[in-house]
Design a binder for this molecule. Structure first.
Ligand code: ADP
Ligand code: 5GP
Length: 196
């Protein structure tokens, strides 16, 4: 069986990565499997353990990091860690599926360096800072403190965009999903005319 590729999506929080990934997962010919990250933050809205994230206590997160269970992990916001478990990478790629992951900019570039040619790193760009703030507020799942932390980091994150293999602007969701799907097909050798 052909081993799956690694598709990395990164962007400032609120740009629409999760919305794009949810739609891509429904496109059968992309043959995607989502990499469920671990985090030390609490679930938001209706997030479920083992679906959007593995929600770990800070202590458990650190213990698993010390045991070498992560391919990479970062303290993305002060006091909040996120990481990709090696077990997730093998679970999905050994089943022949392409692994899609949502990670912060530093994690994305570390994973790209680790997996080299096997990985495609895409940056999802919001149309503007104003629109980003509007989306974070309209999601109505984050506290004011969490929204401000995310906005404060957006310029730093957007500065990393040129280091990615490609940039997709998420203005119209449908168009952003189509462009991302097309880039994934090109990278993993899926013929466009077989696309749904
Ligand atoms: P992220 O995963 O990058 O943090 P989300 O996917 O949660 O972002 O999107 C943030 C908010 O913006 C959500 O409420 C989502 O419905 C909305 N959203 C996503 N893409 C678009 C778009 N193209 N136009 C308008 N709203 C969008
Ligand atoms: P959120 O709290 O909005 O779900 O995610 C916050 C940030 O953490 C986003 O930038 C997201 O991409 C990043 N993130 C999620 N999972 C991982 C991971 O496994 N590793 C790294 N480095 N960042 C992650």
């Amino acid at each position: 069986m052909k081993e799956g590729k690694i598709i990395i999506l990164s962007a400032p929080s609120g740009s629409g990565k999760s919305s794009i990934i949810r739609r891509l997962m429904e496109i059968a010919d992309l043959c995607l499997g989502f990499s469920v990250s671990a985090t030390s933050r609490k679930p938001r809205g209706d997030e479920r353990d083992g679906v959007e994230y593995y929600f770990l206590s800070e202590k458990e997160f650190k213990e698993r990091a010390e045991r070498g269970e992560f391919v990479e992990w970062e303290e993305v916001y002060p006091g909040t860690c996120y990481g990709t478990l090696l077990s997730e990478v093998t679970r999905v790629t050994h089943a022949g599926r392409n692994l899609i992951m949502d990670v912060d900019v530093k994690g994305a570039l570390n994973i790209k360096e680790f997996f080299g040619e096997k990985a495609l790193a895409l940056f999802i760009m919001p149309p503007s800072k104003e629109e980003l703030e509007k989306r974070l507020r309209s999601r109505s799942t984050d506290s004011e403190d969490s929204i401000l932390k995310r906005l404060a980091k957006a310029d730093f994150e957007m500065g990393f965009a040129p280091k990615f293999d490609d940039v997709v602007v998420n203005d119209n969701l449908e168009a952003a999903v189509n462009k991302t799907a097309s880039l994934i097909r090109g990278f993993s050798g899926i013929e466009e005319d077989k696309a749904e």
